[in-house]
Ligand binder design. Structure first.
Ligand SMILES: Cc1ncc(COP(=O)(O)O)c(C=O)c1O
Length: 442
């Protein structure tokens, strides 16, 4: 391992989504990573139970991806994406369309999940306007949804702590109810049985309340990730699709977490048999190695913009780093790695079953009130300590890291999403570690 010393002053970096004071008193420093593991500055090998932040789907330090980035940095570091192009951008877009649900034929590149969401929302609004339906200005999200941290995404998102500090956000937004029904569906394996149709029918009520002709789009995560792995009850997404079709509302799937094999198919759209009109992705598109996002749209949407004088820009939107050459090189190498190792479907096979078995074997441990799983994602919901919400799960997170395992926590929920290269021995290790932690925390 590389020798690194801990920087002795941690004060300048305002860390994102972090308890800064707690961290700076007892830092958790990662200095290297390979395959299923991180290495810490105090020499420990830590099993990555979360694929970094749900992004390192092929595991860490994969040679093909590293080499592609190195090669591209030496060959052409940067190319402007406005009114200019470079071959890798077109090649990556084509390869992405090859694995996308049928009919999603065009890709707009961004640099993150948050930017993908803003891009999708703007495409939706602009699409209706270019078709002469400019009255469709409302956006519908969902309670407990997470769509990144920019203004549009925060507005359609439904996590209270992420919203309450930031004023009125974006006007004209409403929310569907969240899909977590523990009284009906606790300890479900895969898709829960109950409540799907009723929950989706709430969209009919919003369409009636606002008049459907004012609604541009509905955005949902097929499986809500950051809020603690909420898996939609059976029939929910199909019903949303039906209602959107009936009223001419675009359906956006935010697949920033669920994309690129996490649920056992390239995208969740395939797993649930529902094709959206727009699909936002990021994270796994480059295996987390270079920031990138990719927004997929149906042909009809792209075509609607391709009108007017040919010398005119059709869509006034884009980023300096859209289709960055290093990201494109990483993306192509990532897709090759996924294909060569069968990673985009691996979670649907035996390893996914083993993962589910391990998770549900934890059911009788102290504090556990629900366990959920789908693909290579899992969540364990803990009973909160009275008057101290989030504390119990945060203790579990700290204990897990001390015991050489990374997990994520949100509220009092432990969420896990290991790299798709995981083997049974790693799953056993996760199970053993969680068992001992849940027995030892208050
Ligand atoms: C569903 C979803 N959308 C958007 C985002 C935001 O992505 P980023 O942090 O890359 O901006 C995330 C991040 O976790 C996500 O899970």
């Amino acid at each position: 391992m590389l020798e690194r010393t801990r920087p002795n002053d941690l004060s300048s970096f305002w860390m994102p989504f972090t308890a800064n004071r707690q961290f700076k008193q007892a830092p958790r420093m990662l200095v290297a990573a390979k395959d299923m593991h991180y290495f810490t500055d105090d020499g420990r090998k830590v099993l990555d139970g979360t694929s970094g932040l749900w992004c390192v789907n092929a595991g860490h330090g994969r040679p093909k991806i590293t080499e592609a980035i190195q090669r591209q940095a030496a060959e052409m570091d940067y190319a402007p994406p406005f009114q200019m192009g470079h071959p890798l951008a077109f090649e990556l877009a084509n390869r992405l369309v090859d694995i996308a649900p049928q009919g999603m034929d065009h890709v707009f590149f961004t640099n993150s999940g948050s930017e993908s969401v803003e891009t999708a929302l703007k495409i939706a609004l602009a699409y209706h306007r270019v078709r002469g339906e400019g009255s469709r200005v409302r956006l519908i999200g969902r309670e407990r949804g997470y769509h990144g941290v920019n203004f549009g995404g925060t507005a359609v998102g439904g996590i209270v702590a992420n919203r309450k500090m930031f004023g009125t956000l974006v006007a004209g937004v409403d929310h569907l109810p969240h899909t977590h029904l523990p009284h009906l569906n606790a300890f479900s394996r895969g898709e829960p049985e109950h409540g799907g149709e009723d929950l989706a029918n709430a969209l009919e009520r919003l369409a009636a309340l606002h008049d459907a002709s004012t609604i541009a789009a509905v955005i949902v995560e097929p499986v809500a990730g950051s809020t603690g792995v909420l898996i939609p009850p059976k029939g929910y997404l199909k019903r949303l699709r039906e209602i959107c079709d009936k009223h001419g509302i675009l359906l956006i799937f935010d697949e920033v977490i669920t994309g690129y094999g996490r649920l056992g198919a390239p995208f969740a759209a395939e797993v649930f048999g529902v094709t959206p009109d727009i699909m936002t992705t990021a994270k796994g598109v480059t295996n987390g190695a270079v920031p990138m996002g990719a927004v997929f749209v149906k042909k009809e949407i792209y075509d609607a913009f391709m009108t007017g004088p040919e010398h005119m820009i059709e869509f006034f939107h884009g980023y300096t780093y859209s289709a960055h050459p290093l990201a494109c090189a990483a993306g192509i190498a990532t897709l090759e790695t996924y294909r060569e190792e069968g990673l985009l479907t691996r979670a649907s096979g035996e390893i996914g079953q083993y993962w589910a078995d391990m998770l549900h074997s934890l059911r009788d441990l102290p504090h556990v009130i629900d366990i959920r799983n789908i693909g290579l994602v899992g969540a364990i919901e803990l009973e909160p300590i009275e008057g101290q919400p989030t504390k119990r799960a945060f203790s579990a997170f700290l204990k897990a890291f001390e015991n050489n395992l990374t997990i994520r926590t949100t509220g009092d929920i432990i969420a896990m999403s290991p790299p798709l290269i995981i083997e049974k021995e790693h799953i056993d290790q996760i199970g053993d570690t969680l068992r001992s932690i849940l027995k030892s925390i208050d």
